[in-house]
Design a protein around this ligand. Structure first.
Ligand code: IP8
Length: 248
């Protein structure tokens, strides 16, 4: 079974404190990953590493920068967080290998992403666990813009022929107006009113951006909270299941 798992940046970092890992949360997530028998590709978001610097330099997935200091600050912060994630996994015997998207990916002027994935497929086939992260990406006409972990999930899942996709967020799923978890989402229109906008320090579009991205997937995706990570990796479908158009 091949699984693409995204660990939200807000899950593994203290989102209000610049460049601060939430050690307990990262340890719990790494324990869950270490207990899995699946072929895993791990993607993590930016949390207080990427988003803090991206907001400072005015960079989002659509608005880039030519400021090389900004590029180095944002990418450098994401590499530090990636190092912490890889170290936590390594400590638990997971054969984790860092993969930095800025070194390989690019965006066209229309925003479309070109993400080479042969290296990820080969790492998986060789029984490594590739660990990618939200990053910056070279963006024609914009300099460098943010590449969100959700975009990586959407690009990677078909490339590795994922059987399951999981997005571990700080909330237990998409919540309706009464605070209850929505079981299943088939189209953005169904949930647009409850998703609202993104939060101020999330330059990738928050939950709304996440759901839009997951609806584009061929395979169903689960959005769930940290408490459900063990269950998801054991085969359950906790939280909200996002099923793109054309799927039952
Ligand atoms: O947290 C964003 O990744 P995300 C990465 O998955 C940066 O949206 C550089 C802000």
């Amino acid at each position: 079974m091949t699984v693409v798992l995204k660990l939200g940046g807000s899950v593994i970092t203290e989102k209000g404190e610049p460049e601060t890992v939430d050690d307990d949360a990262l340890a719990a997530a790494a324990d869950a990953v270490a207990a899995s028998d699946d072929d895993l590709v791990v993607v993590h978001g930016g949390g207080s590493f990427g988003h803090h610097h991206a907001a400072q330099f005015g960079v989002s997935t659509t608005d880039g920068t030519h400021d090389v200091a900004g590029v180095r600050a944002i990418h450098g912060a994401m590499k530090r967080l990636n190092g912490a994630v890889v170290a936590a996994l390594t400590d638990r015997g997971v054969p984790a290998v860092p993969v930095h998207p800025l070194s390989a990916a690019s965006r066209d002027a229309d925003g479309s992403l070109d993400l080479p994935t042969d290296q990820v497929r080969t790492l998986l086939a060789e029984e490594f666990v590739p660990v990618l992260h939200g990053d910056l990406v070279a963006h024609r006409g914009e300099g460098a813009s943010v590449l969100s972990g959700d975009e990586l999930v959407v690009a990677l899942a078909p490339a590795v022929d994922a059987d399951r996709v999981g997005v571990c967020s700080t909330v237990p799923g998409v919540l309706d107006d009464d605070g209850a978890v929505v079981d299943r989402i088939d189209s953005f229109g169904e949930v647009a009113s409850v998703l609202g906008g993104s939060d101020a320090t999330d330059v990738s579009g928050g939950m709304a951006g996440k759901i839009r991205a997951l609806l584009a997937l061929d395979s169903p995706a689960s959005v769930f909270g940290p408490d459900a990570l063990d269950g998801f990796l054991a085969g359950a479908t906790p939280g909200t299941t996002v099923v793109g158009e054309g799927h039952e």
